[in-house]
Ligand binder design. Structure first.
Ligand code: DQA
Length: 150
């Protein structure tokens, strides 16, 4: 018997997130990106969802991944890193995606330097989770499961 493919979440990690765990742990915590991806997969699996992950320090790679997700992937979770604050190319790509988009930040950018208070991604996100550390990703998966269920 062939089983039908499970709905898929594309998890996107932007600039400097590959060194999570080592990078300013007092701000971003000690959980590595590999652990975050694994926890997201476990949580997604509990909802019968799959996760694809891409990390890149190049905004164009994230744009390509979002465009490739159109009509193929069911939802996106994105932590763009510093691209959050200026990458209109990522904004425009996400605007073309038809499914739910959850923006995640480990820290709370609004409680930090003024230049972090602007997100060019928030206007095209279904919702944003910020300031809850690595747990924010599992909550984002729960939110996607809820949104896809409706
Ligand atoms: C971040 C917040 C951004 O301001 C910062 O540039 C990052 C990480 C976060 O997850 O808290 O790289 O997106």
């Amino acid at each position: 018997m062939t089983s039908s493919p499970r709905p898929t979440i594309l998890l996107l990690s932007g600039a400097n997130l590959a060194i999570l765990g080592e990078r300013e742990p007092e701000i971003y915590g000690t959980t590595t990106l590999a652990e975050i991806v694994e926890r997201s997969r476990v949580r997604a699996s509990a909802h019968d969802l799959d996760v694809e992950h891409l990390q890149s320090n190049h905004d164009g790679d994230l744009v390509d991944a979002i465009l490739h997700a159109r009509g193929r992937v069911d939802a996106i979770i994105v932590n763009p890193g510093a691209f959050t604050h200026y990458a209109w190319s990522i904004h425009d790509a996400l605007a073309s995606f038809e499914g739910p988009v959850i923006e995640v930040h480990l820290s709370n950018p609004n409680a930090r330097e003024p230049w972090r208070h602007t997100s060019v991604v928030s206007p095209v996100a279904t919702g944003t989770i910020a300031g809850l550390g690595a747990a924010g990703y599992e909550l984002a998966v729960d939110a996607i499961a809820e949104l896809l269920d409706r």
